[in-house]
Design a protein around this ligand. Structure first.
Ligand SMILES: Cc1cc2nc3c(=O)[nH]c(=O)nc-3n(C[C@H](O)[C@H](O)[C@H](O)COP(=O)(O)O)c2cc1C
Length: 193
């Protein structure tokens, strides 16, 4: 298996960048996600699949409320990648200085995005690695806010300041290492059982 060849094919995918937001009681939060895939071909029953790390604070709020919103960022909204993707809301209120409204799901809807989707969790799929969970959700509301180009993963090397891009690579490599050890552990346990 040549992982570089595989990465080259996967690199052709766009991976638009979203801020996934959720709220429960008096807590609200948001995190960057790019594992987002439409999960139905039936327009009357829109569904979406999102991969969320076990340890994020936002996932805890989704678990409690069963609801979330996906805010699709515009290309000019790259500063929100560091704001929502580098730190945890356990340590700070990420919405303290940002304009937002509450959506029908109670989740924060950010201002100035390309558009948003509001979602209700239908089922949770555990990939079995202990690292990520995949949430299959009904999309119950949504709107284009400003019809313009979304921010994608492949834009980040050009738009992020070099020190932020280096930090992002460090964080993603750290996550990848943690996931690799979990995957190896799962593979060994499966062989033993
Ligand atoms: C470009 C980028 C893409 C990311 N994609 C995902 C993703 O798809 N799923 C996920 O769970 N975390 C993803 N993350 C990491 C979370 O956004 C990050 O761990 C965040 O700090 C969690 O915040 P919270 O603890 O406040 O919820 C991504 C981060 C970056 C910078």
């Amino acid at each position: 298996m040549d992982t570089n060849n595989i990465a080259a094919v996967l690199g052709k995918l766009d991976f638009e960048i979203f801020v996934l937001t959720a709220a429960h009681q008096d807590r609200r939060n948001g995190q960057i996600v790019c594992w987002v895939v439409p999960a139905t071909i039936v327009p009357q029953l829109p569904r979406i699949l999102v991969g969320i790390g076990w340890k994020t604070f936002t996932r805890e709020l989704v678990e409690k409320s069963h609801r979330f919103a996906l805010n699709l960022l515009g290309k000019d909204q790259w500063p929100l990648v560091t704001h929502f993707g580098f730190r945890s809301g356990r340590e700070m209120d990420k919405f303290a200085t940002l304009p937002f409204e509450r959506g029908v799901t109670g989740s924060p809807i950010l201002s100035g995005t390309v558009g948003y989707l509001e979602c209700e969790v239908r089922t949770v799929l555990d990939a079995g690695t202990g690292a990520h969970l995949f949430y299959l959700a009904d999309v119950i509301d949504g709107k284009i806010v400003a019809d313009r180009s979304p921010l994608c993963l492949h834009h980040l090397p050009d738009v992020l300041p070099p020190e932020d891009f280096a930090t992002m690579q460090r964080l993603l490599q750290y996550d990848a290492q943690c996931n690799l050890s979990l995957l190896k552990h799962t593979a060994t346990s499966n062989k033993l059982s």
